[in-house]
Design a protein around this ligand. Sequence first.
Ligand SMILES: Cc1cc2nc3c(=O)[nH]c(=O)nc-3n(C[C@H](O)[C@H](O)[C@H](O)COP(=O)(O)OP(=O)(O)OC[C@H]3O[C@@H](n4cnc5c(N)ncnc54)[C@H](O)[C@@H]3O)c2cc1C
Length: 329
Amino acid sequence: MLPGWLAGNYRANDLLIDLKPLAERAGARLHLADVIGLNTARKMLTLSSGEELEFDLLSLATGGETDISSLATLGDRLLPVRPVGLFMERWSAFLERAALASTVNVAVVGGGAAGVELAMGVESAIRGLFRNARVALVTPGEGFLVGHAPQVLTRALEELAKRRIDVHFAQAAGTEEGFLLSNGLHLSVDCAIAATGSRAPRWLARSGLTCSAAGFIAVSGDMRSISHPSIFAAGDIVDRVDRNLERSGVHAVKAGPVLAANLRAAIDGTAPARYQPRNRTLYLLALGDKRAIVSWGRFVAIGNWAWRIKDWIDRSFVARYTQPAQAGR
Ligand SMILES: Cc1cc2nc3c(=O)[nH]c(=O)nc-3n(C[C@H](O)[C@H](O)[C@H](O)COP(=O)(O)OP(=O)(O)OC[C@H]3O[C@@H](n4cnc5c(N)ncnc54)[C@H](O)[C@@H]3O)c2cc1C
């Protein structure tokens, strides 16, 4: 829903979930802090608040970090898409700062579904605000909508062209004014959004957990660490050892109930379940103008009806966790 918020289709409250009432209903203690360390030998978490939490069983779902290592020279003009709350604050501040400018240049780096949606959302957001607004999308060719059918790429490129979003198939390196692209071009930007995919959190490397080559927690089909049976994990923070699974919200959400059941099974001493993803995953790429591209295996379609389905799915998901009558089900 974040690109929809950029495009003005959602208010901030539409896409944020307050964990406090959820935790209360579940009888859970909520610590609003970052995990900064995990000591698997002592079964202990260290939090940014300075607290230490002991555990018998642990479930980790802290996602990945946005990889901005090659872009950091851009300084405060660079807005990593995560953490989402901070991104929203910084984007709003940028729009306020730029309010009197007649020209703005915004670049989105990253050609995954997130980058494409964000570029469209940015274009919808700034089109009416500035006399001269330019939006660019920078992505290596081999990183553009990976895993989607070729027709999805074609439709997405057509839509980007219609909206006059410049697509640069290149690797970007941050400079003080913008980006130096691997094709030799220099791109000057007022604001750059990094949607460069997930990198494993650094504290994992020191935890003693067995991780994949990319540094994510190695889990088996039951979403359990292959090295520490008392630790479970799901979402962008894991790599499955038995199969390749792309990092996506669909898998993060669908693996959740399996992980919850397996935590109970671990307590009861019963057999765990496996998270078995479907062969084809439905993706709906929002175009910022209340239309979306449907990408489902080789099936591709586009229209307002697709956006309405996405809108209904997204709103229903958030409502499940924000409307007290339904929360906790
Ligand atoms: C713009 C955008 C559009 C996307 N669109 C789609 C889409 O249409 N379909 C799709 O399937 N996927 C989509 N994705 C990908 C999807 O958002 C992720 O794959 C999914 O959110 C991963 O879920 P997660 O629970 O693992 O991590 P996250 O959603 O990143 O959640 C992690 C949570 O943990 C918290 N956290 C992080 N670090 C710590 C820490 N150290 N201590 C404590 N808490 C921590 C974070 O604050 C956050 O609340 C999109 C991503 C982006 C950025």
